[in-house]
Design a binder for this molecule. Structure first.
Ligand SMILES: Cc1cc2nc3c(=O)[nH]c(=O)nc-3n(C[C@H](O)[C@H](O)[C@H](O)COP(=O)(O)OP(=O)(O)OC[C@H]3O[C@@H](n4cnc5c(N)ncnc54)[C@H](O)[C@@H]3O)c2cc1C
Length: 371
């Protein structure tokens, strides 16, 4: 009988591992806390080798063609003049298309939404997971693919081992392109645009629509504004409309109106006019505080961590999805090659822990000017 593998977290990491392991003959179930599903919530990603590899592996190479090309990089000054141009075309793949493609490869019933894992109990022959809905699942192997705020992680590294805030956060917007004022669109669209200031910078580029469309008029303008916050300031920014202090991020619609108003005023005061217009055009900005995290272990007993549940690297690396794909390949290869599950998980950790550590270190170097 094939080993039963339970995956907690149904974003890119959980899907990559789930699809590869099911194809290798394992009995796989993915449980995801989101009730609505994750469709339409992503932006773009710079595909690295592991992403192309996994697309090829499952026979969906065409997904690598679905993206919006930025034909050059431009750097602006405060007045909005283009002070430098680099003819370096780059295509951002659609996170949503990638997500939907892998989600469609998982049979109904094997991807369960609305299931938030709340406790992990290690047993002699496997693992038991308890859910907020009162349910339980038992598996031979548990994979924690539940992201930066992982509930599975504590069962591997203990409750005190947590991601470390690095001193800055990203404001984000994903604006339907028709809502960006024409003058701003004329300067920003079809390009990677940057504006740098002391301790902060903003960048932006077009991504597909939430349905993956690349058609003109259906795309979205994705801007990312890096800003420093002391810890006490961050407490205020990450307190949502209901008064709850969120740990890592606020999703669209969760931010308090006073914080949004301050952000817009700051945009008018600090940014070139085109970026200020793009920021103001976003009705529901969201925010991610930036963290570093490298666990002492990726595996304990029959529990393995992967993706952002394992290592959290800064977004400058643009390697989050590629790292998750690399972890999924390594897990699949190790479990397929070794009938002894404990030996397989040890081999997985030996291969991927050094990779995770080096990506986190690379992110720290790239973020030095900000954090
Ligand atoms: C909605 C969404 C959109 C994203 N868009 C982009 C993008 O456009 N570009 C980009 O480069 N990266 C994006 N990312 C991040 C990117 O997916 C990750 O950095 C990287 O792929 C690692 O993925 P992951 O699966 O390890 O973690 P994540 O993508 O963070 O996924 C973790 C998953 O676990 C679920 N989860 C958390 N806790 C529990 C629990 N207790 N029980 C059950 N499930 C739980 C979460 O709901 C989430 O779906 C996005 C992530 C999400 C969730």
């Amino acid at each position: 009988m094939s080993a039963r593998i339970l995956i907690v977290g149904g974003s890119m990491g959980g899907l990559f591992a789930g699809v590869l392991l099911a194809r290798a003959g394992f009995d796989v179930t993915i449980t995801e806390r989101s009730v609505q599903g994750l469709e339409g919530r992503g932006a773009g990603l710079v595909a690295q080798r592991e992403v192309f590899d996994i697309l090829r592996e499952v026979g969906v190479e065409h997904v690598a063609q679905i993206g919006v090309e930025a034909r050059e990089r431009i750097y602006l000054d405060r007045a909005g003049t283009i002070i430098s141009r680099q003819p370096t075309p780059q295509t951002q793949l659609s996170w949503d298309v990638l997500f939907r493609t892998f989600r469609n490869l998982v049979p109904e019933g094997r991807y369960q939404t609305g299931r938030r894992a709340v406790a992990v109990v290690k047993e002699a022959d496997g693992v038991r997971v308890r859910y907020a809905d009162g349910g339980e699942e038992h598996a031979d192997v548990l994979i924690g693919a539940d992201g930066i705020g992982s509930a599975v992680r504590a069962s591997v590294v203990g409750p005190q081992s947590l991601p470390e805030y690095v001193g800055y956060a990203t404001w984000r917007g994903l604006v339907p392109e028709r809502e960006v004022p024409p003058a701003a669109a004329g300067q920003l669209f079809d390009r990677f645009a940057f504006y740098e200031m002391p301790g902060s910078h903003i960048l932006g580029y077009l991504v597909t629509g939430p349905d993956g469309s690349t058609a003109v008029g259906r795309r979205r303008y994705n801007w990312v504004w890096y800003r420093r916050y002391m810890r006490d300031e961050l407490d205020g920014v990450l307190t949502d409309i209901g008064g709850e202090r969120r740990s890592f991020s606020l999703a669209p619609g969760q931010m308090r109106p006073d914080i949004v108003a301050t952000m817009r005023a700051d945009a008018a005061r600090l940014l070139p006019p085109s970026f200020a217009a793009a920021v103001t055009a976003e009705p529901r900005p969201f925010i991610h505080a930036i963290f570093d995290y490298a666990p002492a272990h990726m595996v304990a007993g029959r529990v393995a961590l992967m993706g952002d549940a394992a290592f959290v690297a800064r977004p400058h690396t643009a390697m989050g999805v590629a790292k998750a794909a690399g972890d999924a390949f390594a897990l699949r290869n190790a479990l397929r090659a070794r009938p002894d599950i404990d030996a397989a998980l040890a081999a997985y950790e030996a291969e991927r822990a050094p990779v995770g550590r080096s990506i986190v270190a690379y992110g720290k170097r790239l973020g030095q000017s900000l954090g």
